[in-house]
Ligand binder design. Sequence first.
Ligand code: SF4
Length: 703
Amino acid sequence: GPLTSPPSVNSTCPYCGVGCGVAVAPDGAGGAHVEGDKAHPANLGRLCSKGAALGETLGLGTRLLHPLMRAGDGPLARTDWDAALDRVASGLAAVIDRHGPGAVAFYLSGQLLTEDYYVANKLAKGFLGTAHVDTNSRLCMASSVAGHKRAFGSDTVPGCYEDLEAADLIVLVGSNAAFCHPVLFRRMEAARAKRGTRIVVIDPRGTETAAEADMVLPLAHGTDAILFSGLLVHLADAGRLDAAFLDRHTQGFPEALAAARALAPNATATARGCGLDAADVAAFFRLFAATEKAVTCYSQGVNQSAQGTDKVGAILNCHLATGRIGREGMGPFSLTGQPNAMGGREVGGLANQLAAHMGFSPAEVDLVRRFWSAPRMAEREGLKAVDMFAAIGRGEIRALWVMGTNPAVSLPRAGAVRAALEGLDLFVLSENVAANDTSACRPHVVLPAAAWGEKDGTVTNSERRISRQRAFLPLPGEVRHGWWPLAEVARRLGFGDAFAWTSPAAIFREHAALSGFENGGTRDFDISGLATLSDAAYDALKPVQWPVPADTAAGTARMFADGGFFTGDRRARFVVPAPVAPPQGAEGLPLLLNTGRLRDQWHTMTRTGLSPRLSSHEPAPFVAVHPDDAARLGLAHGGLARVTSAEGETVLEVRADPRQPAGTAFAPIHWSFANASHGPIGQVVQARTDPFSGQPDSKATPV
Ligand code: SF4
């Protein structure tokens, strides 16, 4: 055996947006021992069950190790990189020639590294001329992004994880953090043990997080904006407003307060609107008003909603009105679902963004065009995910490149997504597993991509912290890094000079330089202080919170305590939520279906499914209903139910669970055609979206 142990490599967990640091000791034979990185500020050594099992998910048994290509209607067959890349380049050129750049789209993933994301965006938006670049982050936090941009003028999370330990009150809205952000929830529990922090959970569903809370408000689905409007009124009436902050740093408060009074004039009316007990609502209002150090965390229960952006706005209103933002232990806090949802946004990974948090104003388009010397800039926003796949279904988008995600399972209306994928003129898939539901949809070219352990680049977690995800395994077979085939296709299309990087460090430097290009403090995302990192300094980069402006090395823990919002006049905007009726069941569809995560699985299980230990927690898919609904519908606990919506159906084992609110159902998102006999729950989920964010409402499908 070796005389010395291989050195430990510091990297990050590839699962949730907490972004925990890991210390990895490779065993030299393709495996590794993984433990929490005690020096990483996100987790200080802690890991949850998924992170702790990472060592069990290595191995090449399910991996795609070489390119595949399909000739005509034939099956996918092994090919070499040159042939595959030639086919992609010529296919893209042909579609653009025939139908224009708007017929090309990219669908990316919050699992991709920032460098991969940057290259895909640059190729699409600057050189192919299409803004149809969206990502599975659209399903994750798009409503928080839209809510932040409306209020702050920028996509900025104001605080940091340390605020959770400095808070006296943590309000969790639409968040099952105990399952979905476990290490952060442990930090909240540790704060409670140390300083008596109160934890309030606002969620229709009786979750594991709710079971640990000091106070639970099981509000009716979709009524969050009513609750936070009532809270705004209470804060005003109780004399808890921060008049100086309102005066100096905000706009629109009188209108927002008047609208809130009309919607929820007092605790009793609020309780009626939310289906809650009036005494509980009043107690929550008093607690929030009396506790200055309050953090409000929100996640998919808020975001995945046809009114998600307004819900975020109603929460932000309460923090802006009290000046509780960007100060220690205070602030609104979006808990991002995916490991690099934020990094993807930083490079423009949404169809309504350009790179470096810029939008599509003529000045911003021109700025990015000049920085890239781009020959064919997209000048208007592209289609968001649900609309993008609808356009594919209608034949308006003819070429699609999917990277590192499984839309045939995870998108709403998944049955229609599968049909749409099969009709493309060019369907390219960059993937690291040999088979999944999306690769079953007849791609023309499948490119083998690096997996966790081989990937090398950066990610950004929920608190704006950029961390290195480092490789500790060699690239197996003919696998390449995610950015490489994009650059090679660009070279084949005649853009080689602009895509000539040879390392992720070089891509990162360009990305960092763009963030500072003609910035002058006008844009929140500025990491130009990292634009001149040497390769060695990039490799050794310690986790750092953006912004990191030029001539600084340290990051920024908190923002907006003294205003400085990124609206034209530097003032935050209050929003008036639109009145939206809560969703109702339809004729013959008596339940509202809510979908979400389980503790020990991640997305469509392509990695966590490899660990028997993780799979033993919940070995099979299920649908949970209240026992009264089970009795009413003739469903037996442990029996099977056909779950039908206007979109499609599947069959799931019934779990009669008294924690499930009457009139609702819950099903986990993780299972696919590969491991659920009747197909994924995604084929049942509706494609109704929020009007601002385009995020699908996957919490309330009538079934
Ligand atoms: Fe990984 Fe999230 Fe668990 Fe941390 S909390 S170990 S980032 S899954």
